[in-house]
Structures are given as C-alpha cells and as structure tokens.
Write a protein that binds this ligand. Structure first.
Ligand code: KIV
Length: 287
C-alpha cells in the first residue's frame, strides 16, 4: 500500500473525494484506522484529555506526544500521520518550534505537524516549511486557547468574526499549510472558507461542506466518560461493551469459572509424574 503524503491529501480535494480523518493515540487503534481506509490519522493533543485524564489539552508535553506519535506511526502503513504540536512547543520562538517539530519527524517518524491558530503563528508555519516540515493549520475553536476564547464555544457566529476566520484561512493557505482544520464554526462559514481555498478543509463541528471530517477516537466510539460535543456522531458504544466484558471477567474470576482447560498449559505425563515425585521428596524433607 503506497503511503499518503500531504500532496495526496490536496489531490483528494481536487478529485472531489471527501477526506476521512480520525485521531488515534496508540498502535492498535492506528492499525484499525489505517485498515479501515482512514486517510489521515491525527495524534491530537486531545490525548491530554482522552488518554491522560486532564481536563484540558494544555498540560500535555512534547515527550508525551512523541511517545504516542511513535506508537501511531508503527500502526500505520497507508494513512498520513499528523502530530499535534502541544501547547508551549510553538509559542516561544521560531527556533524552538522548528526544534520540537524536528523531534516529531525524526524520533516519531510522523509525516507532518499541526499548529493551532493564525496571526502570529503564521511566522511559525513559514519557519516549519523552511525546515522542510509540512504543516496542517487549525482555526475556529482552538482548544489550546480555550481561556482566551471564553470556553469551548463555537466561533465565527457574527459577520465580523466569520470574516476574520476567512482571512485567517487565506493567510494559512498563503503561508503554505497543506490543509486546515475548522473546528466548531457555523456550516455556512466553513462552506465559504472551503470554496475559497484550494487546500482541503477538515471540519469538526463545521458542517458538511468541508472537504473532510475529523472525529476524536474516544468520542466516536463511545469511550468518553463526560460531556461529548453536539457535533459528535457516536458510531459504537465501546464504553458499554468494555464494561460488560470487564464485569463478566470479574464475575468469572470470583466464581472460579476462568481460566478453563483451554486457557491453561499442560505437561507430558511422564514429566508431571517426575515432578510430583520430586515434590513429594521435597515436602517430606522439609518436614
Ligand atoms: O487534538 C485534537 O484531537 C484535534 C482535533 C479535534 C482536530 O485537534
């Protein structure tokens, strides 16, 4: 299977083929996503919440993201792998941004990185591209800036803020991003941005007119314990399934129903007899 590159994702838009993106944080999940035909696997910093149990995305570190990214890379053969640059890894300077992104490429083997925001971030995008690293943009609800945005709220719901999003999307395209995530923005605004750009838009809570869609693994599979945003479609209830399986296991262990013969190892009769004779001698000598 030929692995997809950033240019192939752009070609999907030009061919009018919708782009399927999902987050993943470990090798078995990435393997399933890859085999299911997912085009882009995003190692999202949502891992801070879904995997590490924080209540926001900001605490996750570069080292933690690298660990997850390496696992995801090992699970994929075809999907493009994008690593999210976590909060703090691209805010300080162009040099630090490039140094962190190089770690994602060299140590984790990811294809590209994702950076939240526009405005002052455009310089960072240019620096990354100058270092030969492709970049996915992300505008709208950018969870790393949740405090500045006043909470997990949809963005671009007024004519003025919608126009700002359009301007930001244009600027990210001009800066060289190969695709842009549009998170939690009204469908007509996402549609206008999608039509205005030549690069693909990947929507999450941004309506059906985007070139592709992304969902968070735990949300779409029913593994999220708390609040799930209204834009999530849940495709399975693995939380319930997993709970049923674990409760059945606990009951089996307590009742002595597990393990059964087929779960245990045997030994040749002659060896068992020798062992039992040795054991009898040992116990006798021990008194
Ligand atoms: O971190 C993440 O999972 C993301 C997606 C929601 C786009 O950035």
């Amino acid at each position: 299977m030929t692995p997809l590159g950033p240019a192939d994702i752009g070609a999907l838009k030009r061919r009018g083929q919708r782009i399927a993106v999902v987050t993943a944080y470990d090798a078995p999940s990435a393997r399933l996503a890859d085999a299911a035909g997912v085009d882009v696997v995003l190692v999202g910093d949502s891992a801070a919440m879904t995997v590490f149990g924080y209540d926001s995305t900001t605490p996750i570190t570069v080292d933690e993201m690298l660990l997850l990214s390496r696992a995801v890379r090992r699970g994929t053969t075809r999907s493009l792998v994008v690593a999210d640059m976590p909060f703090g890894s691209f805010q300080v300077s162009d040099n630090e941004t490039v140094a962190h992104a190089i770690r994602f490429v060299k140590e984790a083997g990811v294809d590209t990185v994702k950076v939240e925001g526009a405005g002052t971030r455009l310089r960072r995008v240019a620096a990354l591209l100058d270092a030969g690293i492709s970049v996915m943009g992300h505008i709208g609800l950018t969870p790393q800036s949740v405090n500045r945005l006043g909470g997990y709220k949809p963005q671009g719901r007024t004519a003025v803020t919608a126009q700002h999003l359009l301007d930001d999307a244009h600027a990210l395209e001009r800066a060289g991003c190969f695709a842009i995530v549009l998170e939690a923005i009204p469908a007509p605004v996402a549609g206008a941005i999608t039509r205005a750009l030549t690069i693909p838009t990947i929507g999450i809570g941004a309506g059906a007119q985007c070139d592709g869609q992304v969902l968070v693994w735990h949300d779409m599979l029913g593994l999220t314990a708390g609040h799930v945003p209204k834009f999530v479609k849940q495709y399975a209830d693995l939380g319930r399934e997993t709970m049923n399986a674990l409760q059945a296991y606990v009951a089996d262990v307590r009742a002595g129903r597990f393990p059964e013969t087929q779960h245990t190892y045997s030994m040749p009769d002659d060896q068992r007899e020798l062992f039992e004779a040795d054991l009898a001698t040992f116990l006798h000598e021990k008194g």
